[in-house]
Design a protein around this ligand. Sequence first.
Ligand code: ZN
Length: 408
Amino acid sequence: MKIDAGRLCRELDELATFSDAPAPAVTRVVFTEQDRLARDYLKRLCRAAGLVIREDAVGNTFARWVGREPELPAVATGSHFDAIPNAGRYDGTLGVLGGLEAIRALQAAGKSPRRSLELLMFTSEEPTRFGIGCLGSRLLSGSLDAEAGERLRDREGVTLNQARADYAGGLSSVKLTPGHYHAFVELHIEQGPLLERAGIGLGVVTAIAAPASLRVTIDGVGGHAGAVLMPERRDAFLAGAELALAVEAAALSTGSIDTVGTAGLCQVFPGAVNSVPSRCYLELDIRDIDEARRDRVLVSIATASEQIAARRQVAIRTEVINADPPARCAPMVVEALVASCEALGWPHQRMISRAYHDSLFLSLVAPTAMLFVPCRDGVSHRPDEYASPEDMARGVRVLAHALAALAS
Ligand SMILES: [Zn+2]
């Protein structure tokens, strides 16, 4: 079986030209003109490979190589092709074009799989436009219900229903029934430095961490920075600063390297050097691969926030935006990937995914695992994101091997 790494790189480069940012940056936001052009390009490539295309009501695109027993649940691979503002060209797209390359390699090798093989191209993995990540795969898995989907709007007030007008049908038609797929595998760049540091070309993902995202609004009392005496202050920002430190302490307190907590956004009102902050707005992100442990961190943060509010006499309001369960990958799919690495004689490492992916949601309806390849310096979501042709081709080869085994 031969992987055409040159063709894969050319197609990744060509896909990167569908961008609202000048090269080497890529910006491709769901349901914009560049997103539409990228979809047309990908569908052209799939049709040229003889794949049968279906699109659902939210624009998730399915390209199927029909197997010898088409009534059996298919084996699927794929990823996303949207890109956050000023991103690179490999995040998601490797799983789409690499998945297509794996299918083409199997075709060229004269394989004829028993189960159909399907390439999935997910709509809007990135939360750029509608504020929610993994939009397409959430709807496929039913973890976002159709009614909540209908209520989504972008910052300009355009509803998801208006934006997806090219696609017929209600959002409730998107959900897949469990058993629809025999297995799902997502090939992705690692977006972290571990494989590169270890000098290992392949990572088999055994679990995917999931974020809990919180919005916190703290109301204190503002005033003149000279006139309000220190013992009388009810400074909203200082309460927020304490809360940010409490997030760090709670994440560290589990003793596990897999627990992480971040206060990545902090806004202070009114935001003047001579004014005591009256309001502070924070966004928090807590992740783990162990849901119970992550949820204990959330409880610690809630307790800390009550104590801070009482001591500093401020009001703290917390809203949970999402608290998705982490996923354990399916042993059957993990072992198929491990067996492929071993059959091809390539070293691999079992690892967890600290970023979340469409696979997190696919795992709710299909046996799922992921395959990582290294990216330079672990850099992602930046224009200088890079994966070498050799590393990508190795990943595609293992993917093709595993797909063939799962579909046989
Ligand atoms: Zn991605």
